[in-house]
Design a protein around this ligand. Structure first.
Ligand SMILES: Cc1ccc(O)c(S)c1
Ligand SMILES: [Zn+2]
Length: 263
């Protein structure tokens, strides 16, 4: 299986070529969360997020997704608690989505797919001094995953949606200030699943403590359609490719345990 060998089965039409060998390769993400196999851990505490909207700096198209980047030179926007032993600094958030509402999320719950998934990426500022350092370490990153469902319009998201036409092409960037990422969290952040995994885009390093929220957020069909109007390609490329299906195929659990903070 993919657990024993350190080689990845080639995937059809990935947005990027999966490397043949991944360092370690036995704690990759994303995964299917099998609810009845997750283990309730009463020691898991509630998550404590403390985000300062003034640390929001820019929004840009990196050719995989769009990233909203935060000033992470101080501990102004952080997450701690939950399964975490240390304090982690928010550096960026981004999304993964499909070409249709039928799929798009990276994680699934008992194989249930969502149309999109939000990732809030934080790095361990108690132990490291830069994201680039932390991304190589076992306990380096903490990513909060939130599922999106299509329903009522998300008022807080609209400010971000309105900025997307300005970054349609890969490498475009615009200034983006005073956005509070807390508005994208579900009302209940006490119920989540947690496991040790990896980034889902290169360098795929196995440095992530994942916290996937049980409760989803709702966005409108039209808001999600604007995500799909982005392009993978830069302005000068002849053939333009729509930025859709920017999710990685699911990876083997390799014997890992997924813990839940709720029974
Ligand atoms: C640091 C980072 C970059 C891109 C990603 O999709 C994830 S999941 C994490
Ligand atoms: Zn991601």
């Amino acid at each position: 299986t993919a657990c024993s060998s350190k080689y990845v089965l080639s995937q059809m039409h990935p947005m990027w070529q999966e490397p043949l060998a991944i360092p370690g390769g036995d704690r990759q993400s994303p995964i299917d969360i099998v609810v009845r196999k997750s283990i309730y851990d009463s020691e898991l505490k509630p998550l404590v997020t403390d985000y300062d909207p003034n640390t929001c700096q820019q929004i840009w198209n990196n050719g995989y997704s769009f990233l909203v980047e935060y000033d992470d030179t101080t501990d102004k926007s952080t997450v701690k608690g939950g399964p975490l032993q240390d304090k982690f600094r928010l550096c960026q958030f981004h999304f993964h989505w499909g070409e249709s509402n039928a799929w798009g999320s990276e994680h699934t719950v008992d194989r249930k797919l969502f149309p999109a998934e939000l990732h809030l990426v934080h790095w361990n500022s108690d132990k490291y001094s830069l994201f680039e350092e932390a991304v190589m370490e076992d306990n380096g990153l903490a990513v909060i995953g939130v599922f999106l469902k299509v329903g009522k319009r998300h008022e807080g998201l609209q400010k971000l949606v309105d900025a997307l036409p300005a970054i349609r092409h890969k490498s475009s960037v615009v200034e983006f200030n005073r956005f509070d990422p807390a508005c994208l969290l579900p009302s209940n952040t006490d119920d989540y699943w947690t496991y040790h995994g990896s980034l889902t885009t290169p360098p795929l390093t196995e440095s992530v403590t994942w916290m996937v929220m049980k409760q989803h957020i709702e966005v409108s069909h039209d808001q999600l359609a604007v995500f799909r109007s982005l392009l993978f390609t830069s302005a000068e490329e002849e053939v333009q490719k729509g930025m859709v299906n920017n999710f990685r195929v699911q990876q083997s659990l390799c014997g890992r345990t997924v813990r839940s903070s709720f029974s």
